[in-house]
Design a protein around this ligand. Sequence first.
Ligand code: SF4
Length: 739
Amino acid sequence: SAADDKGIKWGKAPCRYCGVGCCVLVGVKDGKIVATKGDPAGPVNKGLNCIKGYFLSKALYGKDRLTHPLIRKGNKMVKASWDEALNLIASKYKEAIAKNGPDSVAIYGSGQWTVFEGYTAVKLFKGGIGTNNVEPNARLCMASAVVGFMNTFGSDEPMGCYDDLDLGDTYILWGANMAEAHPVLFSRLIDNKLKNKKVKIIDIATRRTRTTQMADEYIPMHPQGDLAALNAIAHVILRDKLYDESFVKQHVTFKRGTENQPYGLKDKENPKEEPKPLTFDEYKQLMKQFTPEWAEKLSGIPAKKIEHLAQLYTDKSRKVNSLWTMGVNQHVRGVWVNNLIYNLHLLTGKICKPGENPLSLTGQPSACGTAREVGTFAHRLPADMVVMNEAHRKKTAEIWGVDPKKISPKVGLHTMEMYRAIDRGELKCLWIQCTNPFQSIPNLSRYRKAAQARKAFIVVSDIYPTRSTEVADVILPSASWVEKEGVFGNTERRTQHWFKMIEPPGEAKEDTWQLIELAKRLGHGNLFPYSQKNFHKEMWEEYRKFTIGTGKDLAPYETYFKVRGLRWPVKSNGQETRWRYTDADDPYVKKGEGVKFYKAPGNKATIWFRPYEPPAESPNSEYPFWYCTGRLLEHWHTATMTGRVPELKRAMPGATLEMHPEDAARLGIKNRDKVKVSSRRGSVVLTAEINGRGKPEKGNVFTTFFDETKLINDLCIDAFDPLSKEPDFKKCAVKVEKA
Ligand code: SF4
């Protein structure tokens, strides 16, 4: 754009942080970002930013930006040239592949990767090196949502969009503190509430938060109680025949999942699900056991409240939206809870309609666009395809111009298995880009010890030193956000493009460039034949081929220059899709067809029978508290960026332990006392916060994992959902003592 009267040029980009994907205007002067502001023309945020977005420019200008490659020499990291660093990485990868095969190397990326970065990693590792050991950190946050979408609808990502938040009137939040984790999106609910007296926000959670302050009802729930409560709501709907019979007949099929699968506490557990079809009558019969009184005991939600929730879900005068994110996904039965939420919408027909839909929220700026759509999970290929399917491998190989045999049918290591494989000495080389697993994964000490013992050669590409660069053999300085051209995809299927606006500092380079340099050194340079002049366009058009005709269709590259994002599938006339599976909007559903789950078998979505199961670990007399870790407003992820913004750091300098006042009094703990929190895996010293911003229910404690001075997630259990392999950061047993 032309410079304004202060000499500032304003460019458009999505926010660098969360999955809301706010549209930001970036002000550049003299080669530096001097300001950011919410774009009033941005449909996501209509000019708003949260405090993180407001200070976004400062995230790039921390004093300790990495500017040169560093190589480990004993206990020291010493400056190296790019050639030295890349040659060393290539020699280690070559050696490991020659001695132990391609599955002895891996890459661990992120929902913060741009589409280009994720696509490059997938193509190099799956199409070149011949291993599916590619994982995004989205395994830690969205994997349960992915499996939930796939096994209910046959296609990943939501049917609805943010417009539902303006058009609906009833919002049922399952374990989601939207006011802090998705603040600008939450403001759309509040706007609607100010305009429409009918609006109700129901907050079902294990602690009171800023979301609770704005909610119409707060319903406290025991950890793991969602499994019981959701089943009991469905029980009431079936008992009182409140379901939409014609919708169910036309659009739904029923299945029972396998119960009692292990939670992945042992290495290499990889159980498969063997679903059994059910009739509607069989399903109704099975659901009879889940009475509100039964659920009250397990969830702590009074039976009357469960009846009330069933009334809300079925009230024909209400447009109901369910919203959730990590509280549901980071759960040893995260997939089941996703399925159970969909069950309520499928039973009531409150789905695929403007203003009433289930909406699974995401945490990272491109958890959808990159981590999911590009195929960065260890079992996936682009556009929902999977490595186990021969036809999918063939289609992928054709687009990539490689021998189909090159793409392995073997599912790669999922995140927890990747770190366990280092511990076992089986994974020899790991490259981490754009994320900080040695602060964020559960049961950290086990995996940090393995890395510190140099059981694998570890490369970390990032923009600042982190808890992960501490254990690296090579550290590479990366370009960030508008220091490169990119594309992100947000929660509502919106694909947003931005141009490079400034140069990265020192010798920092884009992650895409770094990967292609490795590719050249491993003899796979021919996988990336794009011209220098049209590099991004050529890569985009190749990637776009995967999406055409699949219901996830992306638009030609230049289309995105002119818009503030487009929600896929994009029609051939360039029009986006707000609602999928409905003739209101979706190009794959003909007028008059109404709702059509065209990617699901038989065009019907699945209602799953998913019973209650206990958590992997529960409090006892030795470890009497539930421990839950999460986020707060001021910091994002492990605070690699927000921790460098002085205003945010001052506002929230470190993690605290939120406690219930009665629990604290019983232990003689006063506000601001130092407390030692211990689980079976580790301990951490924190400052007690009683009656602070977050107020956990009795018997629960909560803390935030952004604080890099403490390994908060060390205490978490590394049990995971057997279907999604997503670990449970929301519940394990701890004790609390005065430190
Ligand atoms: Fe918007 Fe999220 Fe960025 Fe805040 S952090 S400005 S809510 S995208």
